[in-house]
Ligand binder design. Structure first.
Ligand SMILES: C[S@@+](CC[C@H](N)C(=O)[O-])C[C@H]1O[C@@H](n2cnc3c(N)ncnc32)[C@H](O)[C@@H]1O
Length: 212
């Protein structure tokens, strides 16, 4: 599968279908999709999150938090820090808030309904920013990366990981996505850009890393 230059989007249907429920979960099916994410994505998350080198006092942003499991994991890593997240699905916002009730009540976690293309934060607000299995839904994959660059402080780190899972995707799709993620990080102004990958089933995960 060959992908267009700046878009990583791989065949998101306009409406309906399970894939749409992972791109923007809605209703009861969306609720179920969230629980599936919580159950199935643990191994991938535990490979990606250490790549960010999260410290106790870090302010961390997740773009596309889905079930909210990674928000919870990160809030247990940045124990004296702050964790923020955005997702454009109301169903996921409610589910993720339920999973992070303690952190929210303690004022250490803040989750909002927002688009990756328009992050509701001031410039330089975060030390780390990440996104896992969201970038392949972005028709315009550069704007969200530019937004993540804007809200990171100088020296802040980014990680954007994708594990293509749609029917027909394979190792080559993963490699091509990795290349485009790297290109977008460079275009957005990140330095020390590099790609990591990890063999997983059904297809490898690729993760582009960079420093502002
Ligand atoms: C496949 S799920 C992955 C969730 C989680 N990161 C994980 O790995 O389990 C993708 C999530 O990203 C959200 N999302 C997709 N595109 C988005 C966008 N442009 N802005 C905000 N959220 C988005 C979806 O609503 C969904 O919750």
């Amino acid at each position: 599968m060959t992908l267009p230059a700046t878009s990583l989007a791989i065949g998101v249907p306009g409406s309906g279908g399970w894939r749409q429920q992972f791109a923007r979960p809605t209703g009861v099916l969306g609720e179920i999709a969230g629980h599936l994410m919580a159950m199935r994505n643990k191994q991938r998350s535990w490979w990606v999150l250490p790549l960010l080198e999260i410290h106790d006092q870090d302010r961390v942003l997740e773009v596309g938090f889905g079930s909210g499991m990674d928000i919870r994991r990160v809030s247990e890593m940045a124990v004296d820090g702050h964790v923020a997240g955005v997702d454009h699905s109301e169903v996921m916002l409610k589910q993720a808030r339920r999973r992070n009730q303690a952190g929210i009540q303690a004022g250490r976690v803040d989750l909002q309904l927002a688009s990756a293309s328009r992050l509701p934060y001031a410039d330089g607000s975060f030390d780390k920013a990440f996104s896992i299995n969201v970038a392949h839904f972005w028709e315009d994959a550069l704007t969200p990366v530019q937004e993540m660059h804007r809200v990171l402080r100088e020296g802040g780190r980014i990680a954007i990981a994708v594990q293509p899972r749609t029917q027909g995707t394979n190792e080559r799709t993963a490699r091509e996505m990795g290349k485009m993620l790297l290109e977008n990080l460079k275009q957005a102004g990140f330095q020390q850009v590099r790609l990591e990958s990890k063999k997983m089933k059904p297809v490898s995960v690729v993760c582009a890393l960079g420093v502002k």
